[in-house]
Design a protein around this ligand. Sequence first.
Ligand code: GCW
Length: 678
Amino acid sequence: VEDGYDLWLRYRPLASAVQTRLLPRATELVVAGDSPTMRIAAAELERGFSNMLGHPLPRATAIGRDGAILLGTPAGSPEIARLGLPLARLGPEGFLIRSMPVNGRTTTVIAANSDVGLLYGAFRLLREVETGAPTERLDIAEAPKVKLRLLNHWDNLDRTVERGYAGFSLWDWHKLPDYLDPRYTDYARANASIGINGTVLTNVNANADILTPAYLEKVKALAAVFRPYGIRVYLTARFSAPLEIGGLKTADPLDPAVRAWWKAKADEIYRVVPDFGGFLVKANSEGQPGPQDYKRSHADGANMLADAVKPHGGIVMWRAFVYAAENVEDRAKQAYSEFKPLDGTFRDNVVVQVKNGAIDFQPREPFHPLFGAMPKTPLMMEFQITKEYLGFATHLAYLGSAWEEVLKADTYAKGKGSTVAKVIDGRLHGYRMTGMAGVANIGTDRNWSGSHFDQANWYAFGRLAWDPELSSRTIAEEWARMTFSTDPKFVRPAVGMMMASHQAVVDYMTPLGLHHLMATGHHYGPGPWVGDLERPDWNPTYYHRADANGIGFDRTKTGSDAVAQYAPEVARSFADPNRIPEKDLLWFHHLPWDTKMASGRPLWDELVLRYGRGVGTVGEMRATWDGLRPYVDARRFDDVASFLAIQHKEAAWWRDASVAYFQSVSGRPLPEGAPPPP
Ligand code: GCW
């Protein structure tokens, strides 16, 4: 049965018409050279083509027939070197695919500067075929625009996954290092197919035990599985580890004994895993230990770890997601306040990892004010693939479009056109290191991501990390074609549904710039009323500030003045209720219920109708999916249909609870066209 395990790498048999067209271009495979990575690339081509063509792709040692596929690097093969292909500008991970005569035979050449480039090229050629692209005259040259393309697993050592909705952690620590679950290989393969080149195995709310010898042996075993797929392993470092596993009395980053401990720990790790990538650190945030416990700065902490891994070529990814209960400043301002003054003080092997928005992966957030504000410190993007605030695995929300919106946002840091994408790919400030991290949505569920459509978010993350300027629609099309069907009668409606899905969730959860209205703690379902009083910033009323007069968080001069953290052009437009895009309105403004909206309606009416619109869109998504039954296998069709039914029911729950609550505050009647109260 089709249970989703194969992800987008299904390689279903092609229609016979397509096969006849393709056959002359896939007659034999010549692999010029040998290495574990090349063997994987070759096996993938054999698996893909034989499944799609219905007959094996024979191996040959030299090109003897028209329609050969030739794979190799100029360094490893004189035959490839002789072709004189323009590979220099493709870097260590790029590739070239070209239809050209070799030895007088029509050939598809996959060439690269490294073996992993060949693997990426092999996956790319297969994608062309799988998506039904014409393969007669190929001339593709590609290189990733971002260097670090990483998954962040919030996986605990007991195999629970923080904010994970797809089962338990894939890492079976108990059976490692001696038993290697074949799933580790499948995981590496799936990631390599979309260009992901690193994985942080452990939760940012870190457990120091991962750094003990017994666990490092297990990490070594995983690293060995991932290595030929071009994937490096990283770990989270608990800042207080010197106390917990080192027997020290302090973790002060300026203390010589602490510095020596981390240096020795890094040396030890690199003895076990020579190509270890480095550390990811969450410090002084949500109660985690950090340098501020010793009155030191984030730079002091990051630099100490950076010094420890530097001799081995390692890096430190230091998270900017910081906020503290004691801090009375608007939570949205805290990361900028703490990090902006540190610009230029970090070691050259430190990257600061910044969430897309200033609060916390809300259904929609304006871009984080740090982007564009730290020209001397490489910033990498952190997106959340797992849908903590977007209905977990059951609600369909394609995040490609949400991420595209952030990447296209203009920071104006160097005038118009200074997009977040250009910050991330390093062009704007000339960053020496570039990166994008995605908090993984992967677990032991058979379909990996908890739902079939959540696989699209893993896929889209990889594609955008490779090229932050890709269109999310194009990515959705690729994914839908590979995962389900190339039939335009399927692809068009399915992609339409995906592209509308994120806005639908925003509408029924947090329209018009509202945020953090989820039930406290688990974040599933509505809870705009008073929540966890332990900390004001865990309480939804802190964010919406609704009262009899109006709603929204005033972040202009008259309020927290968070707008001032943006470049003047952006700040001016955000600060002006008439210029700010309506989608961000209540993020920055507290407005009377009567405020006239673009539609001409008062804010109150608009808010209620947006809630209704979100539910309506989910209804349309269900109808669309119903019409796609002929193109989808029964199992996956039913899975998706059941989840859409859950989403529809819960979208109405969100609408009804939210409208009822806000009405209890505003005291206003429901506008015409609103559904009657339940
Ligand atoms: O989104 C919040 C989550 C926490 C998470 C934290 C973070 C890992 O609710 O579960 O902790 O962000 O990003 O550090």
